[in-house]
Design a protein around this ligand. Structure first.
Ligand code: PGA
Length: 250
């Protein structure tokens, strides 16, 4: 399986900064041969056209959106539809990122609606899941991952599954500099894999599972070598082209 290295730029970068980072990254990617890697960049909405333009002739790079509303159109002030994203040339979205769950109130039920809506509209979805520190300390890791996975992946049509990926991002590791250790990542990814296979059957074996949470150039190699780690979702360290490129090379 190709490794997916995804960049989540969150609410960072002016248009000019986004274009510059993208141009720098394109230059570095062009200078190397990395056949086993696929890169996905999730800029803010307003920076998507510039980043798409920069990577228009770079087939190993896809550009996705960090968010969308699960309805075809309507009176949803401030929201963006998949049709609008599709119009720009985007066909990939994130769903269930911990910042949207914990800071912006998205529930399991809403994340499930978003996941199935986007998959049914032909988009690729990177579903993010992960436990808080309190949940982990209470011994609830497997239960939380099962609940988040189970609710989002129930009743998906079979022909969507090739467009699904899951990112395990422990909430306590996001933006904190505290990366999960190899044993913790192995345990969580094994639990996610077995849950995904239980829900989706054999097709679940091919669903990429990414790790996210304080991924840096110096821990990327170790993470990518672990069983069931099919890629990385990178926040802070993806904002700089050189540090993200070090992770892509890992
Ligand atoms: P981080 O963010 O790499 O800065 O921890 C990861 C994410 O939010 O996807």
């Amino acid at each position: 399986m190709q490794k997916i290295i995804a960049a989540n730029w969150k609410m960072y970068k002016s248009r000019q900064e986004a274009r510059k980072t993208a141009v720098d990254l394109r230059g570095m990617l062009a200078a190397e041969d990395l056949p086993g890697k696929r890169v996905v960049i999730f800029p803010s909405f307003t920076n998507i056209p510039d980043v798409l333009d920069v990577f228009a002739a770079t087939p190993c790079v896809a550009v996705g959106a960090q968010n969308f509303y699960p309805a075809s159109e309507g009176a949803y002030t401030g929201e963006i539809s998949l049709a609008m994203l599709g119009d720009m040339g985007v066909s990939q979205v994130l769903a269930g990122h911990s910042e949207r769950r914990h800071l912006l109130g998205e529930t399991d039920e809403f994340v499930a609606r978003k996941t199935s809506f986007a998959l049914n509209q032909g988009f690729s979805v990177m579903l993010c899941i992960g436990e808080t520190l309190a949940e982990r300390e209470a011994g609830d890791l497997v239960r939380i991952l099962s609940r988040q996975t189970g609710s989002a992946l129930a009743d998906l049509p079979e022909d969507c599954l090739a467009r699904l990926s899951v990112a395990y991002e422990p909430v306590w590791a996001i933006g904190t500099g505290k990366v999960a250790g190899p044993a913790e990542v192995l345990e969580a990814h094994a639990a996610v894999r077995s849950r995904v296979v239980r829900i989706l059957g054999d097709a679940g074996r091919n669903v990429p599972i990414l790790y996210g949470g304080s991924v840096k150039p110096d821990n990327a190699v170790t993470l990518l070598e672990l069983d069931n780690v099919d890629g990385l979702l990178v926040g802070g360290a993806s904002l700089n082209a050189e540090s993200f490129m070090q992770i892509v090379r890992a």
